[in-house]
Every structure is written in C-alpha cells, then in structure tokens.
Design a protein around this ligand. Sequence first.
Ligand code: PLP
Length: 222
Amino acid sequence: MSIASDIQQIKSTLPPGVTLVAVSKFHPAEMIEEAYAAGQRVFGESKAQELTAKYEQLPKDIEWHFIGHLQTNKVKYIAPFVSMIHSIDSLKLLQEVDRQAARSGRTIPVLLQIHIAREETKFGLSAEECEELLQSEAFATLRHVTVCGLMGMATNTDDEEQVRSEFRAAHTLFASLKDKYFRGNEAFCRLSLGMSHDYRLALEEGSTMVRIGSLIFGERNY
Ligand SMILES: *Cc1c(COP(=O)(O)O)cnc(C)c1O
C-alpha cells in the first residue's frame, strides 16, 4: 500500500467534519511530500526542532499541528507558524504561547490536553485542573490564544471497553466545559481523540480530529 492510498482509505471512513491529522513525526520530508501530493494538508509533529526544520523545507500551505509535550522554552520556535497546539497542559505553557503569539502578531488555536488514560506517564490536565485554568484571572487576560477544545490519549490497551470509556469521559468533559465556559463560542468545537489503533472507537465516541501516524507512514524508527 502507498501513502496516498492509505490516506484515501482512512479519509473514506471519516464522517463529515472530522479532520485527519497525519502524524509525520520521525519520518522524512519525502514521505510528507508524498502525502501532500495526495492532497493531505494537515500534519502533526511532536518535537519543536523537527517541526521547525520541516516547516522551512516543505510547502507553506501545510497546516502544522503540534501534538507532543511542549516545553515553554521551545514555544518561540513554533509560534510564528504553527496552526494548532493540541498539548496545552498548564496555565504557564498557555501564557507562554499567548506571549509568543503576540510577538508574532498572531492568535494561536490551542486544545487543552486532558488526562484520561490509566497510565501515570501521560501528560494532561484533570477535569478539576481544566476548570481551575478556565476560571483563573490569568486566563481571562489572554488575547492571543483561542481555546478550540480538548485533546486526549487513551490507555494503550487491547481492552476496547476501557478505551471507549476513556474517550466517553473526554466527550462528557468537553460537553460540560462547553456548557459552562464556552456557550455561544463557536471556536470551542474540537475534540482531538484517536490514533492509529483506536481511532475508530474515538469516532464512535464523538472525536472530530484523529491523529494518525503509523497507519499512514508505517512504523517509526526512534
Ligand atoms: C505519535 C502520536 C500519535 C500517532 O500515533 P500512531 O499510533 O502512529 O497513529 C498521535 N497522537 C500523539 C499525541 C502522538 O504523540
């Protein structure tokens, strides 16, 4: 199977309004060009340096999404061009994104990363931490970020019911935050859930953005 046919195959299974983020981390620019030639425009990367290098090398109408853990001192490298940051996991990071977006004369769309998995190691905010952030005076002063929704990663397990319940919890939190803090705010409409092995379940539970890497580009060599 080629990259182009894999993308077409995945896209044909996505409901209308769902965005495919092709996760190209650790893969060379040539593979991204192949996906680009097949019409793919949204790509996901997880390292600031790698993303910046690829941005410089590749067509400028690509929408780059940052999906990995982001350190505050790296925000400045991606702020001038990044289309969306999925992995906001602290107020401090969000403040730095706002500051660097202002310096670039931009407003950056972001998602709050929530912790839904059983694993301790995955980053993300609890429901309480999300609320605290959204209620804070510091958040109210930010002018150069737009909170567009939530991102979550389910536990890496074959237990479908476990994964499904985690996605469902993310959707429930999304609906409750929308009701409490984003009523009438059309920007808050994104739920980024699902990777290669669990994106079908994520779609069934209301995902509007799937982040798919290995199913398109094959295994990564770390
Ligand atoms: C790497 C990564 C993906 C893609 O994973 P695949 O299993 O290759 O589809 C999705 N989301 C995040 C946050 C990632 O880091």
